[in-house]
Design a protein around this ligand. Structure first.
Ligand code: XMP
Length: 509
């Protein structure tokens, strides 16, 4: 495996994915990881990521320099390289001006990272400070016009530094450079595949859980369904799943899910109708974060009560994915900023004194779907678009009432029906309707109406970290708008959201 030490770069997940493209497992860990923890992970190579900090900042992130003495190959990227230079005795120069964008890289070495790489090749730079003097034992391995030391290597110790980002596609030969590091320098075996992951995880779960019991909150989404099947394969009847109907689900969703889950997953599932428990405290609440907090709190209460009914449980499983973990790191003081409080990570296990089991914690969404397929889960469940825990409450801007829920459910049903019928469902990461808190005038027949506005949001994405608004054909958008206004009373206008993430998040609240 390759260990990636996270200095806060927005590209960290990309590095992890790039490594996995070579069928080598990769794991991102925070900089405060100890040498002992590193040794336990037994990495064949370490990548020090880039990050927004300057080596000159007082609060700069740093990791134990002892990792350079472990005899494990290390690759420092951008800030990671500067950190390496600083702790190994070289000099980093404070830059007067940031260098950002394309640069032409001139390779001065033909081995290590640059084996088989063109002598001149484009690279993507994004850095403030630059290297002035190399640490002992290092040589310059590539330069650009503005950076004499754009890459460096100590081939004897297998320590490498790249000032540019090999992981982004703007560095066309970056993947070759990473391959050289991972497969040739670190000598990783390309053996990490989803079927191998299934066998390893089942063995790990069995080992950890022994003869104890597990509970899992099942939402019917791909993540929790895959988690359920994987756990069921490992512990069978000792897994109990709890499905909470919070009253914020889509049209007939609870019923449809119930039959799909019962039919396809031969698993112990308890269905709990807790609609009133959620809707009551949401009365008069309009602030998005307050809504999320209330829903999170009630969910914990309901879940806890149900979980206690299953006697002798010691583990709580969650379908947490890698992007959730990384996005939530901030909540515990990590480098990325808190955008929204997701309630799927944290909260529950501490309160319930249960040990947490997150078998998908290091997987990306596409890997989870592949895993689902390997486990024999039907397409209908694997390809469900993500639906947020707080449900329609964060798609109703303003107060959540039964009446407004009913309007949004009808609109959503029309929208999804058309999206599926026209073959867009699988191609879109998410497609949904948002009910706005403003009204607009319309004419229906000869009558003046003054009714709600619906915004349609449809995005493409690979992991929800970034998303593009979907360029759906105008004719199709017109068709949806017509159907919604004609078929759902209480709607006088439909608009289409043309914002991408960043800066606009996928959900409106
Ligand atoms: P945003 O809106 O932050 O959402 O761009 C990114 C992805 O996360 C989903 N989302 C949530 N999922 N609980 C969840 O389980 C939540 O509180 C939550 N908030 C947003 C959102 O639908 C998108 O897929």
């Amino acid at each position: 495996m390759i260990l990636i030490i996270d200095f806060g770069s927005q590209y960290n997940q990309l590095i992890a994915r790039r490594v996995r493209e070579f069928h080598v497992y990769s794991q991102i860990e925070p900089p405060d990881i100890t040498i002992e923890e590193i040794k336990n992970l037994k990495p064949e190579g370490i990548i020090l990521s880039g990050g927004p900090s300057s080596i000159y900042e007082k609060a700069r992130p740093g990791t134990d320099p002892g990792l350079f003495d472990l005899g494990i190959p290390v690759l420092g990227i951008c800030y990671g390289m500067q950190f390496m230079v600083d702790v190994l005795g070289g000099t980093v120069k404070k830059a007067a001006k940031r260098e950002y964008g394309y640069a032409l890289l001139q390779a001065k070495s033909e081995k290590g990272i640059f084996s088989g790489v063109d002598k001149i090749t484009p690279c993507w730079m994004s850095h403030g400070d630059s290297i002035k003097a190399l640490p002992k034992g290092f040589k310059i391995t590539a330069s650009t016009k503005n950076a004499a030391i754009a890459a460096m290597a100590n081939h004897r110790k297998n320590h490498f530094g790249l000032q540019f980002h090999p992981e982004v596609h703007h560095t066309p030969q970056g993947q070759r450079m990473l391959k050289n590091f991972i497969l040739d320098v670190c000598r990783c075996q390309p053996s990490w595949t989803i079927p191998s992951f299934v066998n390893d995880s089942i063995a790990r779960i069995k080992d950890r859980v022994g003869c104890k019991k597990i509970i899992l909150g099942l939402s019917g989404g791909v993540d929790s369904s895959v988690t359920a099947v994987l756990l069921h394969k490992a512990v069978g009847k000792r897994l109990t799943c709890i499905f909470v109907d919070n009253g914020l689900l889509r049209m007939d969703e609870a019923e449809k899910l119930k039959s799909a889950l019962r039919q396809h997953l031969k698993i112990n599932i308890r269905f709990v109708n807790a609609q009133n428990k959620f809707l009551r405290p949401l009365k008069n609440i309009t602030d998005p974060e307050k809504k999320r907090k209330i829903i999170g709190k009630v969910f914990i209460e309901v879940f806890e009560t149900e979980a206690n009914k299953a006697k002798g449980v010691e583990f709580l499983a969650q379908g947490t994915l890698y992007p959730d973990v990384i996005e939530s790191v901030s909540a515990f003081g990590g480098p990325t900023a808190v955008i929204k409080s997701h309630h799927n990570v944290g909260g529950l296990p501490g309160k319930m004194r249960l040990a947490l089991l997150e078998p998908l914690k290091y997987l990306f969404k596409d890997e989870v779907r592949e895993l689902g397929k390997t486990l024999g889960i039907p397409e209908e469940l694997i390809w469900r678009q993500p639906f947020p825990g707080p449900g329609l409450a964060i798609r109703i801007i303003g107060e959540v009432t039964r009446k407004r829920l009913s309007v949004l459910r009808k609109v959503d049903a029309v929208l999804i029906e058309e999206i599926k019928k026209n073959g867009y469902y699988k191609r879109l990461w998410q497609s949904f309707a948002v009910l706005l808190p403003i009204k607009s005038v319309g004419i229906m027949g000869d009558q003046r109406i003054y009714e709600n506005i619906i915004a349609i949001r449809a995005v493409t994405s690979t992991d929800a970290m970034t998303a593009d608004w979907a360029k759906l054909p105008h004719k199709f958008l017109g068709l949806i708008s017509n159907r919604i206004i004609n078929e759902v009373s209480g709607v006088s206008r439909v608009v289409y959201d043309i914002s991408s993430k960043p800066p606009s998040t996928i959900e409106w609240e």
